[in-house]
Design a protein around this ligand. Structure first.
Ligand SMILES: [Zn+2]
Length: 458
């Protein structure tokens, strides 16, 4: 290496230098953990990780001494509109189907403004927990709501966003679970999928927005819509997402209505493959785990929601051992009711230990699921790791506060804390700084969220 080239300053105007991080957990191929490291981000992309390097004037410097730096976390399952319906009486202690039947009439009163505000609140909350990329599963569109409402919200908060155009088409009168007022015609659903993909989907590396197709669940859409959605997704080159095998009721519905288990149903309709990720999968059996592993089908694991709804504990250890790509999802805030992705990673780790012993999942593995695992589930190789060439999505955790005081291993973030991020960069842009959301003012979002939730309850 030419020493002059080696010493050429990096960065410059618009660039960011994270200086002197106590520890960088890179999640690169070697899983390197770098002590006293620097990171330079330029043009939205990480250009240097490691020893201090000279930087050009104009580079913004963030002092990361005393901090752990990880890749920004990746959330693979959410219903942002539900942030407005947390802890709803009558839905606090119900199983999935009863929970849904309580909430459907409330959700039916929402509209575009509620969708947008609720999405902003949910994304802000995620950002404060170190999440830089989130998917969303919006499957009901009451009173003129559109996927566009949540896309506007994500642009304002500044997170990388994978909204999915969800849908429900089988109402109660046709043997489904949702009220007829919340279901759509299948032709209209597919037309709107095409519209939002054409309008918003960006397949380029570093994309801030990718659209997926996501009929809600086998118990709220027809076989035909599941099949047609898969055909359309492949035609358009976008990903497929739905709820699958969430609990015993869900499996029983599949056996009774379709004469097969959820895995078979998914396979028959084109819903397996490396471009598919299913939420929950709590009740996958060994044959279904083998099917997902063989086909490259991914899973969004939602441990807090699964606990809250009493759905069970997903066999994540077996899934990972089989080679399935597993990411984490906070799931909607009507069933969590928090949107803290780091807390979700801790819960994932604890649940596998509760089932299979203390060695079942390390803190490092849970953090890997929250970063690289999530990136894989969303079909991305450009996020989820800190490495030259990856996007500039990083989370800075202050390890000098009370939560981490006395911690002997900073990389084991999930065993101690903190549970809130100090700084979050997405594409090198500050979203959270010194523990405060800086991309947009938070107080008006909270005010609007409170006001609208009160009106919904009224
Ligand atoms: Zn869900």
């Amino acid at each position: 290496m030419n020493p002059a080239l080696e010493a050429a300053p990096l960065g410059g105007r618009g660039a960011v230098l994270l200086r002197g991080a106590a520890l960088i957990v890179t999640m690169d191929a070697q899983r390197r953990e770098i002590v006293d490291g620097d990171i330079v981000i330029h043009g939205g992309c990480i250009v240097h990780v490691g020893a201090p390097v000279p930087v050009a004037s104009g580079t913004q410097v963030i002092d990361a001494r005393g901090c752990l730096v990880t890749p920004g976390l990746v959330n693979t399952h959410h219903h942002l509109y539900q942030s407005m319906t947390r802890a709803v009486p009558g839905a606090q202690d119900a199983l999935l189907f009863g929970w849904l039947e309580t909430l459907y009439p409330i959700w039916a009163r929402m509209g575009p403004a509620e969708m947008r505000v609720s999405a902003m609140a949910g994304l802000a909350e995620l950002a404060l927990s170190g999440c830089s990329t989130s998917s969303d599963h919006l499957y009901l569109y009451p009173n003129g709501a559109r996927l566009d409402d949540t896309i506007e919200a994500a642009r304002e908060i500044g997170l990388r966003f994978h909204p999915t155009r969800g849908a429900m088409s089988i109402g109660r009168s046709a043997g489904g679970l949702p009220p007829d007022s919340l279901v759509e015609r299948e032709a209209a659903i597919l037309e709107d999928c095409i519209r939002v993909i054409d309008a918003f989907h960006d397949s380029a590396e570093g994309a801030m927005l990718r659209v997926g197709i996501a009929p809600c669940s086998p118990f709220s859409v027809s076989r035909e819509l599941m099949r047609d959605a898969a055909i359309l997704a492949r035609d358009k080159g976008v990903r497929l997402h739905t709820h699958l095998a969430e609990n015993e009721e869900d499996v029983a519905y599949s056996l009774e209505r379709f004469g097969c288990r959820p895995g078979q149903y998914a396979q028959d309709l084109g819903w397996t493959g490396p471009d598919v990720w299913h939420a929950h999968c709590v009740r996958l059996d060994p044959a279904e785990i083998a099917l997902f592993a063989r086909t490259g089908t991914c899973v969004a694991h939602c441990p807090c929601s699964n606990c809250r709804l009493g759905s069970g504990i997903a066999p994540v250890r077996a899934m990972r051992d089989a080679g399935i790509g597993v990411g984490l999802g906070v799931d909607g805030s009507a069933s969590n009711d928090q949107g803290n992705l780091l807390a979700e990673a801790r819960q994932a780790m604890l649940l596998q230990r509760a089932v299979s012993g203390a060695a079942a999942m390390s803190a490092r593995e849970a953090l890997e699921i929250a970063t690289l695992g999530g990136a894989a589930a969303l079909g991305r190789t450009d996020i989820g790791r800190i490495e030259a060439g990856a996007r500039g999505d990083v989370a800075v955790w202050d390890m000098q506060g009370i939560e981490a005081a006395g911690s002997w291993d900073l990389a084991a973030l999930l065993l101690a804390g903190p549970m809130r991020v100090r700084d979050l960069l997405v594409e090198g842009r500050p979203i959270v700084a010194e523990g405060t959301l800086v991309s947009t003012p938070l107080a008006p979002i909270i005010d609007a969220q409170r006001r609208m939730a009160r009106a919904l309850a009224g």
